[in-house]
Design a protein around this ligand. Structure first.
Ligand code: OGA
Ligand code: MN
Length: 214
């Protein structure tokens, strides 16, 4: 799908809104970045991924992989980068990466993303996306794909102020809503969802590399 039909007419100026929001607050919540038809296609394609490809989400790095059902019980599917239906999304992600680097000098290097499915009752307790040394995550993105999400459907994202118990935002996972935040700054949690809840979630990393062992 061509980029032009995937993005809303205001997509270019929305990049500025995201960058300015990150600069002033460290996080931003935005609706209507993507065209409605594109979002519908995206959700269909993602759901069509074979359910066997989903696995219970883990906490932490692969080599320390452990599942803790008391912390999170969503199911995730890592995206490889060759999914053609995601090419417009990735093109947009690349323009965001460049805009952020140009204006905020974050040195974002690569983007990894996954499709997350919270079955009814699933949650993800308070956490920080970059809590493990070596993960190098700097910027988190969440795009919600839930048509007609109601106020009684739960599943809100609670954002906390850095190093605080103060809730600064309670975000309903509405279709097309995008949340972008500095991964190391903001603790957050997903309240139990009362119906299936879908999102496309990703992280920009910096290229820190590992020190060679001598
Ligand atoms: C995560 C996460 C938030 C959300 O996957 O790390 O915090 O609202 N997701 O789905
Ligand atoms: Mn998170």
């Amino acid at each position: 799908m061509a980029l032009v039909s995937a993005l809303s007419p205001h997509a270019e100026s929305q990049l500025d809104v995201i960058v300015s929001g990150l600069y002033s607050s460290g996080y931003v919540v935005l609706d209507h970045v993507f065209d409605d038809n594109y979002l519908t296609c995206l959700l269909k394609e993602l759901i069509d991924l074979k359910p066997d490809d989903f696995r219970p989400a883990g906490i932490g790095r692969d080599d320390e992989f452990h599942k803790n059902r008391f912390v999170r019980n969503d199911r995730i599917h890592w995206l490889e980068g060759d999914e053609t239906f995601l090419s417009s999304y990735r093109t947009w992600g690349e323009s965001l990466r460049l805009a952020v680097n140009r204006r905020l000098f974050l040195g974002l290097y690569e983007y990894e993303c996954m499709f997350a499915h919270y079955p009814e009752g699933a949650f993800y307790k308070r956490h920080i996306d970059a809590f493990n040394a070596g993960i190098n995550r700097r910027l988190s993105t969440v795009l919600y794909l839930n048509p007609q999400w109601g106020s009684n459907d739960g599943g809100e994202l609670l954002m906390y102020a850095p190093d605080s118990d103060k809730v600064i935002n309670r975000i309903s996972p509405q279709m097309g809503r995008l949340v972008v935040f500095l991964s190391e700054e903001f603790p957050h949690e997903v309240l139990p969802a009362k119906r299936a809840r879908y999102s496309l979630t990703g992280w920009y990393r910096i290229n820190e590399g590992r020190h060679p062992a001598f």
